[in-house]
Ligand binder design. Structure first.
Ligand code: DQA
Length: 148
């Protein structure tokens, strides 16, 4: 199946950005690791990062035309602000997992609310770059039909 990983604002700075919170791995390291892992499981993984809400929304719309089976999304700060991103995910009705590297619930109160979580298949947070890997494994388990 085709999977898509989306990264929101400031995630292009991974590796350099607040490494005590987000670790030293770059976004390219993470994406390459995920693509390899997806391929080993017999799936195809595309990725996209943008700092702009409208571009992420456009990419979500495009995902429907591309028959993307599953989305992993780290919406960054848009998690806590964006009704528009929520509506885009609801509109395309592609199942998704919300991913955060940090444990947002252990941070500032404004990070405790997400506009996406109740629409998500699940939410993974707090495991650094492993959050993405765990989400990928969960997505693969969902898209692979279990033998009857
Ligand atoms: C984040 C958590 C958000 O609160 C923050 O705005 C980010 C990254 C994470 O991966 O832990 O940009 O989504």
């Amino acid at each position: 199946a085709k999977l898509l990983v989306l990264h929101g604002p400031n995630l292009n700075l991974l590796g350099a950005r607040e490494p005590e919170i987000y670790g030293r791995e770059t976004l390219a390291d993470i994406n390459n690791g995920l693509a390899q892992r997806a391929q080993a499981a017999g799936h195809e993984l595309a990725w996209y990062q943008s700092n702009a809400e409208h571009e992420l929304i456009g990419r979500i719309h495009q995902a429907r035309d591309e028959q993307i089976a599953f989305i992993l999304i780290n919406p960054g700060a848009l998690t806590h602000t964006s009704v528009a991103l929520r509506d885009a995910l609801a509109a395309v009705a592609i199942p998704f997992i919300e991913v955060h590297m940090s444990n947002v619930h252990a941070r500032e109160p404004f990070r405790h609310h997400s506009y996406l979580s109740d629409l998500a298949v699940g939410v993974i947070c707090g495991f650094g770059s492993d959050s993405y890997r765990l989400a990928l494994d969960a997505a693969v388990a969902k898209v692979e039909p279990k033998p009857a």
